[in-house]
Design a protein around this ligand. Structure first.
Ligand code: FBP
Length: 553
C-alpha cells in the first residue's frame, strides 16, 4: 500500500503527554479532589443515578493517591457519532496506558459504533494494528456509528456480551449524547453489580462537550484549523477577484464554537453566531437585514465582495424556526409509524401543515420547498434534526438577493451582488490531528486506561491546563453525573449532559464582538494557512484561539 510522506512522518511523531504520564507509572496515584459531586442536585437528576452519585473528581499525581491495580485488564472501546481528528490516538493512548498497567492487558474494539456491541462485532486491537493508525485522522480503525445505547434491554445485552467475552470495562468515545448514555450504562452496571466499568472520552468537532472541568472536546482544534485554512484561502481569492460574496456554512450542529473560532482566525466581513441570534430573539428577516446592510456599505466603497460565515445551527436558533422544528419533532416522534406511511414529500408536508397551529403552519408554508423538505427529513437516532443537511446558506443567499433586488429597483443599491456558497464540515472531520489534538488524545486515552485500573466507573477522561504546554497538563477523571441536567427529548424530560453553547459573555465572543464592526467594512482578512505538524511550538503546537482566550479570562 502506498502511503504519503506526511503519513510516514506522522507515524514517527511521539505525542507529548503530561509529565505524570510520560514515564513509568510506578509512582502514579489517583487523588480525590474537591467535594463529592451531585449530592445537592435536583431530585429528578439524583433519582436516575442513585449508585454513581456523590463521587469526587480524580487527578493523577506522582507519589500521591490510590495506585492503579497492576492487573492484566481486558478493555473494549467504541467510537460513537461523527468523526473527530484524534480518535485513533485515543485508542493508541488507551492501549499504551493499559500496557503500562500490565503488559498482558488486551484492548478490543467493537465495530461501527455502539451497534457493534449489540451485534457482538468485535476485533482485538493489537499493537501492530494500532501502529498503522497512530497520529492519523478518521475513525476507520473500527468505524463509528450513531446507534444509541440507552434502553434496559440494550444494557442487558451489553452485559451479556461483555460477560461472554470476559471484558472488564468499556470506553465510550463520544459526544454529549453518547456520554449521557455512558453515564446511564455505568449506573446500570453498578446497580446490577456486574463489576463492568464504563469510562467516557469527550469527542466532537463541535466543541460543545465541555464544562468547568472538561476544558475541550477533542477534534475541535484540528477541524477548526482545517476550515480556517480554507476560509483564509477563499478570503484571499475574494479580495483578489473582487467579484463574489462567499457564504460559508460551517459544521457545529447547535453550537457556533467552530464559526466563532474560524472568525477569530480569519476575520471575515460577517460571522453569525447562533447563540447571539437566539439570545436577542432575532427573526430571520433581521439576520438577512444585517447581511444586506454590510453588503450595501461595502458596495459604496467599491467592494462588491466579501465573506460570510454561517453556523449550521443558525436555522434552529432563530426563535420562530426553532418553535417550528420543536413542534415538528414532537409530531414526528408521536406519529412515527404513521409518518413513514406517507411516501411523497407533498403528502408529508400537507399532513404536517394540518397538524401545526396557524402561525407555525403559515411560517412553514412561506419557506422554500427545499427547506421544508429538509425540515421533514429523518431525525438522527437522538431525535435531533440533521442541521448539516439543511441549506441555511442558500436560504440566506436567496433572501439577501431578493432584498438587494428590491433595493436596486428603488435605487437604494447601486452595487453588484454575485455569490458562491460553500459548506465545510466533512473536509475537517478526518484530517490528520494537529499536534494539539494528537497530544490531547493520546493523553485522554492513557488517562481512560488508568481510570479503569484505579477502579473508576461513570467517569469521563479529562485534562486540565490545556492552554499550557502539554508537559504541564494534569489528567484525571470527572464524574459524568456532575455534567447532567434535565431536558426535553422527543417530548419527554430526560437527564442529559448539557450542551456547552457559545457564551456571549465569554472572552472568545467579546473579542470577536469588539472587532466585527471593523471587519465588516474594512477588508481585514487574516490568513492562518495550513496546519503545521513540524516546526517551532508557536506555529505547530498552539491550541485554538477559543481555548487561549477562555483561559485568559
Ligand atoms: P458529533 O456530535 O457526533 O461529534 O457530530 C458532529 C457533526 O460533525 C456535526 O457537526 C454535524 O452536524 C454532524 O456531525 C453531521 O453528522 P452526519 O454526517 O452523521 O450527518
Amino acid at each position: 500500500m502506498s502511503i504519503s510522506p506526511l503519513q510516514q512522518a506522522r507515524y514517527q511523531y511521539k505525542p507529548k503527554v503530561p509529565a505524570a504520564l510520560a514515564e513509568s507509572i510506578d509512582e502514579l496515584g489517583a487523588v480525590q479532589s474537591g467535594e463529592p459531586i451531585g449530592t445537592d442536585f435536583p431530585a429528578e437528576i439524583r433519582e436516575h443515578f442513585p449508585h454513581t452519585l456523590g463521587r469526587s473528581i480524580l487527578r493523577f499525581r506522582i507519589g500521591e493517591g490510590r495506585s492503579p491495580k497492576r492487573n492484566p485488564f481486558r478493555v473494549a472501546v467504541i467510537l460513537s457519532g461523527g468523526q473527530a481528528p484524534g480518535g485513533h490516538n485515543v485508542i493508541a493512548g488507551l492501549f499504551d496506558g493499559l500496557k503500562k498497567v500490565h503488559p498482558e492487558s488486551q484492548l478490543f474494539g467493537f465495530q461501527n459504533g455502539p451497534g457493534g456491541i449489540l451485534d457482538d462485532d468485535c476485533i482485538e486491537l493489537t499493537g501492530e494494528l494500532i501502529d498503522r493508525y497512530r497520529n492519523t485522522g478518521g475513525f476507520d480503525i473500527i468505524g463509528s456509528g450513531r446507534t444509541k445505547l440507552e434502553s434496559e434491554d440494550q444494557f442487558k445485552r451489553t452485559t451479556d456480551v461483555f460477560r461472554k467475552r470476559n471484558l472488564d470495562a468499556l470506553v465510550v468515545v463520544g459526544g454529549d449524547d453518547s456520554n449521557t448514555n455512558a453515564a446511564l450504562l455505568a449506573e446500570y452496571m453498578e446497580r446490577e453489580k456486574t463489576g463492568i466499568q464504563v469510562i467516557g472520552v469527550p469527542k466532537t468537532i463541535d466543541g460543545d462537550l465541555k464544562s468547568e472541568h472538561v476544558e475541550a472536546s477533542f477534534g475541535f482544534d484540528t477541524a477548526s484549523k482545517s476550515y480556517a485554512e480554507l476560509i483564509g484561502n477563499i478570503a484571499r481569492d475574494a479580495a483578489s477577484a473582487r467579484k463574489y460574496w462567499h457564504f460559508i456554512k460551517l459544521m457545529g450542529r447547535s453550537a457556533s464554537h467552530i464559526a466563532l473560532e474560524c472568525a477569530l482566525q480569519t476575520q471575515p466581513n460577517i460571522c453569525i453566531i447562533s447563540e447571539e441570534v437566539a439570545e436577542k430573539g432575532q427573526q430571520l428577516e433581521e439576520v438577512v437585514y444585517q447581511i444586506v446592510t454590510t453588503i450595501v456599505r461595502r458596495s459604496k466603497r467599491g467592494d462588491n465582495f466579501g465573506v460570510v460565515l454561517v453556523p449550521e445551527g443558525l436555522i434552529e436558533a432563530i426563535p420562530e424556526i426553532n418553535a417550528l422544528i420543536s413542534e415538528i419533532n414532537v409530531l414526528l416522534a408521536e406519529n412515527e409509524h404513521y409518518f413513514t406511511t406517507l411516501k411523497t414529500f407533498e403528502d408529508q408536508a400537507e399532513w404536517v401543515n394540518k397538524k401545526l397551529n396557524r402561525d407555525l403552519s403559515y411560517l412553514f408554508s412561506t419557506l422554500p420547498n427545499e427547506i421544508q423538505r429538509q425540515l421533514l427529513m429523518d431525525r438522527d437516532p437522538h431525535g435531533n434534526v440533521q442541521v448539516s443537511r439543511i441549506d441555511t446558506e442558500r436560504l440566506l443567499v436567496d433572501m439577501v438577493e431578493t432584498r438587494l433586488n428590491e433595493m436596486k429597483s428603488r435605487g437604494d443599491f447601486q452595487g453588484k451582488f454575485s455569490h458562491q456558497d460553500h459548506f465545510f464540515g466533512y473536509e475537517g472531520r478526518a484530517a490528520f490531528p494537529s499536534n494539539f489534538d494528537a497530544d490531547y488524545c493520546q493523553t485522554l486515552g492513557m488517562t481512560a486506561g488508568l481510570l479503569i485500573a484505579c477502579g473508576a466507573n461513570g467517569y469521563i477522561s479529562a485534562v486540565r491546563g490545556l492552554a499550557r504546554p502539554s508537559s504541564q497538563w494534569e489528567s484525571g477523571g470527572i464524574p459524568l453525573v456532575g455534567m447532567m441536567t434535565m431536558e426535553k427529548r422527543k417530548g419527554k424530560m430526560k437527564p442529559v449532559i448539557e450542551k456547552a453553547l457559545v457564551k456571549t459573555s465569554g472572552k472568545p465572543f467579546t473579542t470577536f464582538e469588539a472587532q466585527r464592526e471593523h471587519w465588516a467594512v474594512e477588508t481585514a482578512y487574516r490568513y492562518p494557512g495550513a496546519i503545521q505538524y513540524f516546526g517551532p511550538a508557536e506555529i505547530a503546537d498552539q491550541p485554538s484561539l477559543t481555548l487561549q482566550l477562555e483561559h485568559q479570562s
